[in-house]
Design a binder for this molecule. Structure first.
Ligand code: URA
Length: 296
């Protein structure tokens, strides 16, 4: 049977499906209608009697109609066209990251876009990196230059990376939020929730072997845990980007370690030794040879 949807309904459903995809929901199920389209006399007898029952029945009818309409969209083969994660169909991580950046666009999804950001700071580094660092969000320098970790904290991160015996260009660096929070405040929960799906997609595109979460915001967002840094550090977690399927059957997630944010280490350099322990754990996991001298 062919269905013709009104263009407005079609557009609304497309938006709804896109929203669901961004929330990580891909599968839609058709709910069996509780009332048939042509109601019979017997069914009329079955109608709810109380006000509460009527309200429940109306809600059920509404969701049945929505489910049917979504099923019609699926029938009409719109879903594959709508799939916003275009990067899932490309194997090359450079193209995949480009597609994610394009999808992000001139983002206005959260309030940070109107709170003084100069530009979106997407991510930088080797799209095929085995090691990925995730920070919190751009600061003033990053906002100006459009690249993560280029300010003072970035200089320290560079030193930490160098101490591991690798170069900044060898790793991939991104943040939980891609716009500078005003006054360098910690990004708020809704901002992290809105922006982190893009980070998850970046991770799925790069497919690192290990992620290092820099600081509590990155750790809590990636792990969806609300523990303290002390509880979070010192071990590996098995990590899979939330709500995403990888297009690579050979990549089934990665390890994740938590360490102190470089900005915190600038404020409390005594903790650098602890951070170095975290990085040594990561190096061991990646089979990296410890360089002759530590200079973190
Ligand atoms: N702090 C972060 O968390 N990210 C940056 O890019 C810079 C500073």
């Amino acid at each position: 049977m062919s269905h013709t949807l009104h263009p407005d309904l079609r557009r609304a459903l497309a938006e709804r499906v896109r929203y669901c995809h961004e929330m990580g929901i891909y599968d839609f199920y058709r709910r069996e209608p509780r009332v048939s389209e042509s109601t019979t006399a017997a069914e009329v007898d079955d109608q709810p009697s109380t006000f509460q029952e009527q309200r429940e029945e109306m809600a059920a009818r509404k969701s049945t109609v929505t489910a049917k309409a979504v099923a019609k969209v699926a029938d009409e083969n719109i879903l594959p066209v709508l799939t916003p994660h275009a990067e899932l169909s490309v194997a090359d991580p450079i193209t995949a990251l480009k597609l994610i950046r394009e999808d992000l666009g001139d983002c206005t999804r959260c309030k940070l876009h109107k709170q003084g950001r100069k530009q979106i700071v997407f991510g930088v580094g080797n799209p095929r990196a085995e090691l990925m660092f995730v920070g919190e969000g751009p600061g003033a320098d990053e906002d100006i230059q459009g690249e993560p970790f280029v300010g003072r904290a970035g200089q320290l991160l560079n030193n930490m990376i160098r101490a591991m015996g690798i170069r900044r260009e060898d790793v991939y660096i991104a943040n939980v939020v891609k716009c500078r929070p005003p006054g360098n405040r910690t990004p708020e929960r809704d901002e992290c929730e809105t922006c982190s799906p893009f980070l998850m997609r970046q991770i799925a595109a790069v497919k690192p072997k290990v992620i290092v979460a820099l600081g509590a915001t990155a750790a809590k967002t990636l792990l969806a845990m609300n523990s303290s840094m002390m509880q979070l550090r010192g071990r590996f977690y098995d990590f899979k980007p939330a709500g995403l399927r990888s297009n690579d059957p050979n990549w089934d997630g990665c390890k994740l370690a938590v360490t102190y944010h470089p900005a915190f280490l600038l404020r409390d350099p005594r903790q650098k030794g602890e951070a170095w322990k975290d990085l040594q754990m990561v190096m061991k996991e990646l089979g990296m040879k410890a360089p002759a001298k530590e200079n973190a």
